[in-house]
Design a protein around this ligand. Structure first.
Ligand code: NG1
Ligand code: ZN
Length: 522
């Protein structure tokens, strides 16, 4: 038996696919290879497989499937994935037969699987196991080796649209984004504010994002200087650096110089999240997270639409982790529609699809923008009509390039960073003015281990506990003691913990509220 299952621990395909210690994953990767081929035959399309554990420690690894249009695996196949990963070796072949039978898969039809991995040392042997699984069903495949998660999503979508979305190569990805960025920046002219060429410090989390952003920076160096730190040459992946570290610790990563008012961006280990930050003249740290990125980008798109004379249905999708001040700013000041959904990209992505333009971001910096085809048609119409108003046409062109600069398949550190840089330039604002859009409510996120996190049943976009019944009244009581208080708990989908979130009028109060709530669930 190839890649025998040597552990009894049950692994579940969750929001991040399978994720655990790398040394427990060999048989899982082999079986995911088989799963990807079956999915490819079923969908009659190319399927992607990404080997990564994102922001988690370097000893962990994980694997997730990418569906034909670069989206997450459909929920009904998450169940199949879980079954395949956990079945005993002697029942594996009969389970495969029953999947083929139940889903009426033509096993003789062609299939194609593409895969890539992040920079984790365990990645190459896990990708060999995956390949054995793919080969066991004689599928065609391409190993793209080390890429960011969003690059793989881009490739899957590009292949399945025959290159319509972009040239289906890693170089095609760099070219598509850099061409859009250069075009936008050559269009932007500020008569009154001659901006210097901007500079940004990137914390690459010692991962794949550092390698890829260096390639990108060469293509766009006429308009921006990107200096990369924590660039995977020596430091440990995600250790004291990266987007998750910065967001959760609310402090700067190690390895990036501290220069007041210098814009800095931290990526995570597979480069699908980005968090901005800067220091003021007193060397005080200020963070601009996914909520602030969403506010900036949504505002910029809304301005483009107004200038192009278009009315579009634009909405912002958040989760309960969004800072209360950001929700208030978007609804009260910007008058935008805001939806709150359960944590996990698939929930945000599908809600965003309901809008003509759906901007979705998790506070942790994962997000993107989705555009309905109708928006692109309307913009092309404005350009074709040769509007007498030149600013109308320029705005339409700019928004079309903004769309091309967006990785619409999934959150993307590089693409999102370039969108932010473009929005700042277009609005002629610096990081301070961006930060001043609204003031974050002080907040704290904690996590705690519990005996069995599966006992938690939640409602209202995971903001209230239904079961165990005793918990929610206690949280409500604690929250009522704090000015501007808000708090919720939810079991993590990626770690064996329960997360606690709290915000309040002062940092001390947010810390206390989070601590007190953690005692309720402990
Ligand atoms: P869990 O572990 O379920 O909280 C975390 C993030 C999600 C999402 C997933 C996938 C927070 C609070 N949670 O999920 O938003 O990004 O990882 O990686 O940031
Ligand atoms: Zn990630």
């Amino acid at each position: 038996m190839n890649h025998p299952k040597l552990i009894n621990q049950i692994l579940e395909y969750g929001t991040a696919g399978f994720r655990t210690k790398a040394n427990l994953l060999d048989h899982v990767l082999y079986r995911v290879g088989i799963l990807a081929v079956l999915r490819s035959k079923f969908k009659k399309a190319t399927i992607g497989v990404m080997i990564t554990a994102s922001h988690n420690p370097v000893e962990d690894n994980g694997v997730k499937l990418v569906d034909p249009h670069g989206e997450m695996l459909a929920p009904d196949w998450e169940v199949i994935a879980t079954d395949l990963a956990n079945v005993s070796d002697d029942r594996l072949s009969s389970l495969i037969d029953s999947i083929v039978h139940k889903w009426e898969i033509d096993i003789t039809s062609p299939s194609n699987v593409i895969f890539a991995r992040d920079t984790r040392p365990s990645g190459s042997s896990l990708s060999a196991s995956l390949l054995d699984g793919i080969k066991s069903l004689n599928s065609s495949f391409t190993d793209f080796e080390i890429l960011t998660t969003p690059q793989l999503h881009y490739l899957v979508h590009s292949i399945n649209t025959n290159g319509l979305y972009g040239t289906p190569t890693p170089e095609g990805y760099i070219k598509k984004l850099s061409a859009a960025f250069n075009q936008l920046h050559s269009n932007i002219k500020h008569e009154t504010t001659p901006f210097e060429k901007p500079r940004i410090f990137v914390d690459g989390a010692n991962g794949v994002g550092a390698l890829q952003v260096k390639k990108m920076s060469k293509e766009i160096e006429s308009y921006i200087t990107i200096e990369v730190f924590n660039d995977a040459t020596s430091g440990k992946l995600n250790h004291m650096c990266g987007a998750d570290y910065v967001k959760i610790q609310q402090k700067a990563p190690e390895g990036v110089p501290i220069i007041p008012y210098e814009r800095c961006a931290s990526f995570d280990g597979d480069a699908d999240r980005v968090i901005y930050y800067y220091f003021d003249s007193d060397k005080r740290f200020h963070m601009l997270d996914g909520d602030k990125i969403a506010a900036l980008i949504a505002g910029c798109i809304s301005d483009f639409c107004v200038q192009a004379g278009l009315s579009v249905d634009l909405g912002v999708v958040q989760t309960a982790y969004a800072n209360g001040a950001s929700t208030k700013y978007l609804t009260d000041t910007k008058m935008l529609k805001v939806a709150c959904v359960c944590t996990g990209v698939k929930h945000l992505h599908s809600k965003a699809q309901e809008f003509e333009v759906g901007v979705y971001f998790e506070a942790n910096g994962h997000g993107t923008v989705l555009y309905k085809a109708s928006v692109k048609q309307k913009l092309n119409q404005v350009i074709q009509n040769g509007s007498s108003d030149d600013s109308c046409r320029v705005a339409a062109e700019n928004l079309l390039n903004f769309i091309d600069l967006t990785n619409e398949t999934v959150g993307d550190s590089i693409s999102d960073m370039l969108l932010v840089e473009t929005a700042l330039k277009i609005k002629a604002i610096d990081v301070l003015m961006w930060d001043a859009m609204y003031v974050d409510l002080p907040n704290r996120q904690l996590k705690t281990q519990v005996c069995d996190r599966s006992i938690f049943v939640l409602t209202n976009a995971e903001q209230q506990v239904v079961k165990p019944e005793s918990i929610q009244p206690k949280i409500d009581e604690l929250v009522s003691k704090y000015k501007d208080g808000r708090s919720f708990v939810r079991p993590s989908g990626t770690e064996d913990v329960v997360r606690i979130y709290a915000e309040a009028d002062t940092q001390m109060n947010a810390d206390w509220l989070a601590y007190e709530v953690s005692l309720v669930v402990y």
